[in-house]
Write a protein that binds this ligand. Sequence first.
Ligand code: AHR
Length: 498
Amino acid sequence: MISAQNKITLNTDLAKTKIDKHIYGHFAEHLGKCIYGGMYVGENNTKIPNTNGVRNDVIKALKDLKVPNLRWPGGCFADTYQWKDGIGPKAKRPSMINAWWGGVTEDNSFGTHDFLDLCERIGAEPYLAGNVGSGTVKDLTDWVTYVNHPTGSPMSELRKQNGREKPWNVKIWGVGNEAWGCGGNMTAEHYSNIYRQYATFMADWSNTGGLYRIASGASDGDYAWTETLMKNIPHNMLSGVALHHYSVLSWGDKGPSVDFTEAQYFKTMDEAWKMEEFVTRHSTIMDKYDPAKKIALVVDEWGGWYNVEAGTNPGFLYQQNTMRDAMIAGITLNIFNNHADRVRVANLAQIVNVLQSVILTNEEKMLLTPTYHVMKMYNVHQDATLVPISIESASYEYQGKKLTAVSASASKDATGSLNVSLTNIDFAKPQEVTINLRGEDFTKVSGQILASAKINDFNSFENPNKIAVQDFKGAKLEKGVLKLTLPAYSVVVLNLKK
Ligand code: AHR
């Protein structure tokens, strides 16, 4: 049965807010096989083609994806990371224990130069997460100086000795991570003071308009955390306040990544939709202290979190990625786009082999997940102008409970063409959608779709292209009205031209 209660109106005349490309950011932590044995296979690896140790297939996939920024080295790991152990000749670098993630020994062969060079190669802005939990103010100041100071300081000279003449001019900096938990178990009041102290000594020499300093933010609906930070941190030293939200069934038993039931699917979608409430309510608090919206809400960790795959290290957070994950991505990115006035940076957790990854690797093999395809389809919105929409959506119902079935967002790009992204999370029902263009005289429509026969379909190393983007020819444009049918659990992105 097709549901026909979905009506969208595009208010092109009200388009004014830029959708910051940084909403489409990613996150690479020293966790499991994200860095070591994932993106980074080492310079001496003769089996897997690489550039300075980073897999060439990963580099290409990330360039194609248009990754705007990449957050590193954590997560919880960031507040344990001694960056000075990751510079200089690799053979002389001390090793360390990754205490948060599996207790494994790391040899520090992937460090600051490796990361920043990778960012340059894929065209992403680096987002460095500073160690506030266990590092000193001087460590962080030195890191900023090492990567950004042009010449003549001890740190810039050390950088040059290590082979990099010009500074990288890193703009985006996290001042700690999850300070309420793994970043130091601090109270919001205490962290506000710590933030003020660390941020004071992070200076800028890069002529890029100053450092973009992000305070470690709330988890989910901890609104008191956001309020305390907005009240206590001087706004001239604060560019963004973070927020973390994972779509997780329960922290005790997160359920399987592939063989989930409809009950588990419904709960995951419910969790994904909660992002709307969290973003709205954290923004409302920020509006009270910053009505001009100068400070961004930075959702620097989001995504689906399930039980690890059988036989894998529980500390490595390795999970498969199905059409359910494509749904999380579709809904979440629409939410971020529609809140582009306040949400200006976000980072999917995580980029390779950890949680809701866009890429999975296994020795020589690599695959792109359904989430990769959604992120790529949606990248047409990067730096485009948000077109506000109003939407009446049918419900996806399960055992008497309801969720909004169809989510959407739209933007106008520099050429004047319009892109509309739509996600139907319904477990079984296709949804008919009518889009009113309110007199805008678009004449051509084209589109792409991501869909699959089963909600728990995924791309495997044996069948890496089972789920792939297809052309979508099902949208009909007549007298300023666009009509289409979204299959159950599908993502469609339409492009309209005059
Ligand atoms: O992404 C995995 C972990 O989740 C991060 O290290 C931490 O910040 C969060 O709790």
